[in-house]
Write a protein that binds this ligand. Structure first.
Ligand SMILES: C[S@@+](CC[C@H](N)C(=O)[O-])C[C@H]1O[C@@H](n2cnc3c(N)ncnc32)[C@H](O)[C@@H]1O
Length: 258
């Protein structure tokens, strides 16, 4: 499905804005995964951008996992998927406690002779953003990620306290521990997972943080240098800067064209 059509249908629905959706869409066109796993789909906006790109490249499907409560979201993933006629490309799973249990079941299902056969080429982790769940989710997802696969994390800079300061509200969705230290509330935990677990893992390289928001890495047989690229691709700042650069290029070209 054409990106613009998907973006028109998904406009205004939380949580993935169109500019970020385009980044996901282009990533699929570029890396051509056969199977995508999204952990934490909420209303399914990200899932639909992935599925729209999956339809475009062909031979690709999306598995999406969330908590049972997401069945009552308005709209829910199934509504969006059928509205966009992408439901045949999406498999929906809902768990009682956490997607870590879905990962456990999937690892068990694909284990032969004590070896797990990987199933996915792109895994997107976008759930509770805490060290315990998502740190564990990384190691579990790694078992299911094929060689040369991509792992993506949302909310690289997110913290409980940052969220409170920004919105004036306590973060209440997903899995929250009853007792956390002030350091746990204040630190961006996805950043800690990315820097201390993903970047230190011997099987990963090509580390990139996009717009301070999405972190990604590649599972490679011969992992390269532990270098972190900080990039901007879809933030408002990026869009303004690239529009100005484009205009400036246009102005420079005018005299030469005459
Ligand atoms: C920010 S939303 C996901 C947004 C979505 N990826 C998108 O593109 O629009 C986070 C979702 O993670 C889910 N979630 C939180 N903790 C979870 C857990 N432990 N297991 C499964 N899902 C979880 C929440 O129910 C919520 O729907």
């Amino acid at each position: 499905m054409d990106f613009d059509r998907a973006a028109t249908e998904l406009k205004g629905i939380p949580y993935t804005p169109a500019a970020k959706g385009r980044f996901f869409y282009n990533l699929v066109l570029e890396r051509r995964p056969k199977r995508i796993l999204e952990l934490g789909f909420a209303h399914g906006v990200g899932t639909c951008y992935f599925a729209a790109a999956a339809e475009e490249i062909g031979n690709c499907e999306v598995h999406a996992v969330d908590l049972e409560q997401s069945a009552s979201f308005e709209p829910k993933l199934e509504d969006l998927a059928s509205r966009l006629k992408l439901d045949h490309l999406i498999r929906v799973e809902r768990e009682t406690s956490s997607y870590t249990w879905f990962l456990k079941r999937t690892i068990a299902e694909h284990t032969k002779d004590h070896v797990c056969v990987p199933q996915y080429d792109l895994v997107f982790i976008d759930g509770p953003k805490d060290w315990t769940n998502d740190g564990c989710a990384f190691f579990l997802a790694d078992k299911l990620l094929r060689p040369e696969g991509t792992i993506l994390f949302d909310d690289y800079s997110w913290s409980y306290r940052g969220h409170e300061a920004q919105t004036g509200r306590k973060y209440e969705r997903g899995y929250i521990f009853e007792k956390m230290s002030e350091q746990e509330f204040a630190e961006p935990q996805v950043k800690a997972i990315f820097e201390l677990l993903v970047m230190q893992h011997p099987g990963y390289s090509n580390f990139e943080v996009v717009d301070g928001d999405v972190a990604m890495a590649r599972k490679t047989e011969h992992a390269g240098p532990k270098e972190l690229i900080i990039n901007t691709r879809y933030s408002l700042r990026h869009r303004v800067v690239s529009r100005i650069a484009k205009l400036a290029r246009g102005l420079n070209m005018t005299p030469a064209a005459r």
